[in-house]
Design a protein around this ligand. Sequence first.
Ligand code: SF4
Ligand code: SF4
Length: 451
Amino acid sequence: MGDVCKYYNKRYTEDYNSQVERLIRYLPKQFPVGDKALRNITIQVTEDCNLCCSYCYQINKSKQRLSFDTAKKFIDLLLDPDQSKNPAYNSWENSFVILDFIGGEPLLEIDLVSQICHYFYKRLIELDHPWKVGYMISIGTNGTLYFDERVQRFIDEFPGRVSFSITLDGNKRLHDSCRVFPDGSGSYDKASAACLDWNKRLAEGAVPASKLTIAPENVMYLKEAVLHMIDLGYVNINENCVYEDVWKTSDATILYNQLKEIADYLIENDLEEKVTLRIFDPTLYGPMEEDDNDNWCGGDGSMLALDVNGDIFNCVRYMKSSLGSDQPPLKIGDVENGIAIAPCDKSNLECMRCITRRSQSTDECFNCPIAKGCGWCSAYNYQTLGTVNKRATFICDMHKAEALANTYYWNKVFRKHNEDDIRLPLECPREWALPIIGKDEYDMLAELASY
Ligand code: SF4
Ligand code: SF4
């Protein structure tokens, strides 16, 4: 069998963190790597937001903001050469850090973000910390305040260090169906103007990328949205279905049909080697090896996140602002006492660090023939099932639809290029596919997958 990745540029599908991780591998050996070369640290500067998006995972917003004093204590805890209050995440053992600012909407607190970054950098220099050359700043924003002069000044204060992740859900119709201001008006015009400006300012060679969140309210507009993003110059479109308990099998049918139309468009317009969709990946949607046993995401104790009260978590989704009253926040420390020092913080962290794909998955999921790429959110698992060590699978039908559309796309690409010895096998079992796409469509996919 030929190389199924022949027309696939994996580099384009990387998110910002993976890009940094890849680049780190080219650096000289003297940089410390510890358990991880790169540490991700999230700082929640406010719980407030100027939008009220329908699918927002932060269900418990408030006007609370982080104080500079609390942020300072957090930075001191991380950077202190005496790591007795922070034995679980010794920053001196990692060469690189991404400081990720989130909210609510973090640009509401751009002055505080700037103050924190200046203090952080000053301490790195004073301590001669390894992160002094290896730090980046990332801001996940809705983009509506991007043109504020204080935001523009901040970008200039840290040249080459700042990365914006601006959420743009495809086109105006799709974006404005979910991402609205409190008066119900859409935020698309502001967000897209911010994206266009930021993409222009990206360093040469950087690939403009965007995240697109698929929810039941917008799945029917997916093709329109992806085509619009291609028109805007995006070549890497990272789309994901929400993990929540909101999906019906009929949504999976809609997703399959939308993806099939996108596939036809890419192929008819010779875009298969120029545009990459996260969903169209020939290396996904097959079975996984038994020893491929890692947790899906960083919600297994490898990241750090500070909330507005000075409590420390593994991920923002373990905070009260995300969990609401569904579960108690799952903290692992606080700025006064340290990380994993109090017995219950220590035990929470140990629980997270123990989870594996095997420990969370049913036999059906562990041995699933299309398991590759079927993800989960450990914090959402905790929120909905009361434990990080079980896996919510509300996304199951949507993943099956993706797997089926992926087979359609790649086998069409191979046939277009007369690659007679390359086919992507149809791994999704017939009995799983029939409720989503019906018998005739399944037979057509089987025919496409044959040599
Ligand atoms: S959720 Fe469904 S598609 Fe995903 S691994 Fe489990 S059985 Fe497979
Ligand atoms: S726990 Fe959820 S939000 Fe946190 S890293 Fe994992 S997938 Fe992302």
